[in-house]
Every structure is written in structure tokens, then in C-alpha cells.
Design a protein around this ligand. Structure first.
Ligand code: BES
Ligand code: MN
Length: 459
């Protein structure tokens, strides 16, 4: 059988300028899901994806409202025969842009500098949504063998996919499929196509401590009234043991150990200390949990992070004050078989034990999602590996990822469906940071690779 490669590649090349324009249309919509003032923009991005599915010729496109952002569903004309059905997942929401002053250009006015396109969401993941839509367009236009397509786009991924599990649970027939393609995971390096098979989960909290009924003069009350900012720092410091382990009761009880074979394989990936030093810009790395490599600590071990702290006076100059309140945003990345519910109880137990009577505490649970491990061997994985290998001239590597994509676990749990995780964002693309970007040559290869994947999947 002749390879569909040349026709598909040619299609992508010919239409690339239009693909870029369409990407710009989506990138200018500031769909920041965590900001309530942006709800209209989140809706506009949902509508954009629905419109894109109609333009693709989907016979059915439906936007399901939720108490949060809508879930956009679409399906293409059936492929006929025994062709498999692939569910394509994407999220049209993006992270906040702050600190805005560190952006070199407006986050919602995409611009090209060098080989990169700069905008919030360029790589996470509006660029990936375009890549997969255009790959579908390419196989449809080339008349190549293809699977049947279903699409599911959500607008709450960056805040923990709040309304997604309920939707999946109650729309099993609608979403029935053989596998899911999820292009929200990135690559290790531009020359290394990557398939991700492990994602960490997340449990995110806001911890508030309240001491005196109002801010006090630090000279009149310091040394007598317990300072909530100090209590918060003491609590946060106690959340890690000196060995780098997380100090919540029972935190490691259900953590699946890494088997030696997998450790050997992960050890071969070019993700050593030097990589993390370079990519992070930190003056030195933290020793972290003893007994594990940096890559294992990020991908396969659970962690606890302080995302933000606020209390008291942070303006210009000095103000002698003993603050009434302190707040910390604290999150944990989870690995199988931990659950957000479990670590919530563990954190509550920790606080009950340790918060002194001198302050009152309140813990609110925010974003979250379960961890997942995906199959590394299946016809889908083989088709994807072949397509990536062909587009890059280099076989893909298999990795675990420290970030979270909640939908993967929900599809496993409610539909028994496995996700293929890939994507064309790079570690240096500044996801969630100022100056997020997309490496355009890698993006173009990615579109071609996905088009090849669809045609191989149908063979
Ligand atoms: N695309 C990321 C997940 C990711 C990060 C994949 C890095 C591969 C490499 C996704 O959009 C994301 O950021 N998810 C959130 C989810 C959370 C709010 C439940 C995350 O990981 O912080
Ligand atoms: Mn993200």
C-alpha cells in the first residue's frame, strides 16, 4: 500500500498560512477560565470551537451548557466499515496572564518573533486544538482512509475540569469510542516526538488563618498576639520533612512504587539535573525527595507546592503591623493510587493537629483531578508511534508527565477508554508563564504527524 504521507504533507504545507490565521482568531479570545469577569470570553472560545467543527463538516455539533463553561461536542460523518472511532479532546480555556508587565507583547495579540508565535494559549493548548482540527481536515480532504471522529472540547481544564466528570458519566453513549486522542501533553525537545503515558493528579487548596479581629500595631501587640503570617509560615515549613518528603499523615501509603524496569527506561530520557537547571533559571536545584532522580520526582512521585502566600503589608516602604489574616494557596501533585479526596482528609488531619488555638483556620478545596497511567501498548499507540516516527524521522520516546489532565482518568473510569497523550509544546514554551509561545516548525510537523496517525489508525 502506498504511503499517504506525500499528499497529507503537501496539504498541510499548502494550507499552512490559513491554519495560522485561524489559530490567531482563537488566540485573540481571552478565555481565562479562572476569572469570572472573562466568562463571556470563555463562551466566545466555546462558540469558536463549535463553529470550527461545523466548518469541518461535522454532521452534529452541540454545545452543552454547564454551571461553568460549556462542553462542545461534535461528530463527523461516519467512516464506514470497521474503522475505529476516535474521540478528540481539547480545552479552549487558558491560564491567567499575570504578571502582565513581564510579557514582551500583548498576550492576546499573537505575534511571531523568530520561529515562535507568542500568545497566551499558543501551546497550552489552542495551538494543539488547531493542529488536531487541521489534521482531521487534511485526512478528510485527501480522501485518505480514516477513523470516525468525535470531538469533546471543555473550557474548565485549567481550573480542574469541574463539570466534566458528571458530563462523561451521564453521556456514555454519546461519547462511546475506541480511543481518545489528547494532544495536551508536550514534547521533551523539538527533535524528540513524545508519547506521555503517566499524568499526575492535583489537589489544590486555599488555607486561611484568622487571628485578631483587625490589623494591630506591631509595637503594641507583637510578642503577645500570635501573628497569623508567622503561623502560616510555621505550618508550611512543617509540611515537608528535612528528607524532602511530604509530611502529611499517610501521604505515601497508597503511592505505587516504581518498578526497576520503568526506572531504567525513564533514566534514559535526556531530563537530568542540567536540563532542569537550564529550563528553570534557578541558581541551584532543590534536593527534593531523597532516593529519586529529578525526572522521577516530577513525573512519578507526589509533591506539595506553595503556589502563593499573602498576608499583611506588601506595599511600598514600611508599615509596622501585625496582620489579622494570612492566606496560602497550597497544592499537591498526586500519583496513582492517591486521590484528591484522600489527601484532603490528610491535610485536614494535619491542620487539626498543628494549628494553634491562637488562630482559626478555614480550608477551601479548589481545582483538582485524579492521576492516571495509560496503556503503553495498543494498536492506537502503535499507529501514533509510527506517525510521529515518520514525521520526525525519529521514533518517539515514552514519558511520564508531572502536570495534570483530569479527563484522562475520567474516560478510563466511566467509559473504559484509554487516551493517547501527545502534543507539540516544548518545555521552553513558557506554559502558564509570561511570553507563552508555540514553536511553529514543530507545530507544522505535528499537524502532519496527526494526519498520518489518523490514516494509520484506519488501516
Ligand atoms: N497541558 C497542561 C498539562 C500538562 C502540563 C501536560 C505540562 C504536559 C506538560 C494542562 O493544561 C494543565 O496545565 N493542567 C493543569 C490541570 C489542573 C488545574 C487540574 C495543571 O497541570 O496544572
Ligand atoms: Mn495548562
Amino acid at each position: 500500500m502506498t504511503s499517504p504521507h506525500p499528499a497529507l504533507l503537501q496539504y498541510v504545507k499548502t494550507h499552512l498560512p490559513r491554519f495560522r490565521r485561524e489559530l490567531d482568531e482563537l488566540l485573540v479570545i481571552p478565555s481565562v477560565s479562572t476569572e469570572s469577569a472573562r466568562q463571556g470570553q470563555v463562551l466566545a472560545a466555546a462558540e469558536w470551537t463549535a463553529q470550527a467543527l461545523r466548518a469541518l463538516g461535522c454532521g452534529r455539533v452541540e454545545s452543552f451548557p454547564t454551571p461553568g463553561a460549556p462542553l462542545v461536542y461534535g461528530e463527523s460523518i461516519p467512516a464506514g466499515g470497521s474503522a475505529p472511532t476516535v474521540l478528540i479532546y481539547g480545552h479552549y480555556d487558558v491560564q491567567p496572564v499575570d504578571p502582565l508587565e513581564l510579557w514582551q507583547s500583548d498576550p492576546f495579540q499573537p505575534v511571531v518573533r523568530g520561529e515562535d508565535l507568542y500568545a497566551r494559549g499558543a501551546s497550552d493548548m489552542k495551538g494543539q486544538i488547531l493542529a488536531v482540527l487541521k489534521a482531521v481536515e487534511a485526512v478528510l480532504s485527501a480522501g485518505a482512509k480514516r477513523p470516525a471522529f468525535k470531538f469533546l472540547f471543555e473550557g474548565e481544564e485549567e481550573i480542574g475540569s469541574t463539570h466534566l466528570p458528571e458530563f462523561i458519566r451521564t453521556h456514555r453513549d454519546l461519547l462511546a469510542c475506541d480511543l481518545c486522542l489528547n494532544p495536551d501533553a508536550g514534547m521533551i525537545a523539538p527533535e524528540l516526538p513524545t508519547i506521555t503515558y503517566g499524568l499526575r493528579g492535583l489537589a489544590y487548596f486555599e488555607l486561611r488563618l484568622r487571628g485578631p479581629s483587625h490589623d494591630l500595631h506591631s509595637g503594641m501587640y507583637g510578642g503577645v498576639v500570635h501573628n497569623p503570617a508567622q503561623v502560616l509560615c510555621e505550618l508550611v515549613a512543617a509540611m515537608h520533612e528535612p528528607s524532602g518528603r511530604v509530611n502529611l499523615p499517610g501521604f505515601y501509603d497508597v503511592v505505587r512504587p516504581l518498578d526497576p524496569e520503568e526506572r531504567r527506561e525513564l533514566g534514559r530520557l535526556p531530563m537530568d539535573e542540567a536540563f532542569y537547571l537550564r529550563a528553570s533559571g534557578a541558581p541551584a536545584l532543590w534536593a527534593g525527595e531523597q532516593g529519586f532522580t529529578p525526572f522521577e520526582r516530577v513525573g512519578a512521585r507526589p509533591t506539595l507546592e506553595v503556589n502563593g502566600l499573602s498576608s499583611g503589608f506588601t506595599g511600598e516602604g514600611s508599615k509596622t503591623v501585625l496582620p489579622a489574616e494570612a492566606m496560602g494557596k497550597i497544592s499537591m501533585r498526586l500519583v496513582p493510587d492517591q486521590t484528591p479526596e484522600q489527601v484532603t482528609s490528610q491535610l485536614e488531619a494535619f491542620l487539626r493537629q498543628r494549628v494553634p488555638a491562637s488562630v482559626r483556620w478555614e480550608l477551601k478545596r479548589l481545582a483538582g483531578g485524579p492521576p492516571s497511567i495509560s496503556a503503553r501498548e495498543s494498536p492506537g499507540v502503535r499507529a501514533l508511534a509510527r506517525a510521529l516516527g515518520e514525521a520526525w524521522g525519529q521514533a518517539p520516546v515514552f514519558r511520564r508527565e508531572g502536570g495534570s489532565i483530569p479527563v484522562v482518568a475520567y474516560l478510563q473510569e466511566y467509559l473504559g477508554v484509554e487516551s493517547l497523550l501527545t502534543g507539540f509544546s516544548l518545555p521552553e514554551d513558557n506554559a502558564h508563564s509570561p511570553n507563552e509561545k508555540l514553536h511553529l516548525p514543530t507545530w507544522q510537523k505535528g499537524i502532519a504527524a496527526l494526519a498520518l496517525f489518523f490514516s494509520y489508525l484506519a488501516e
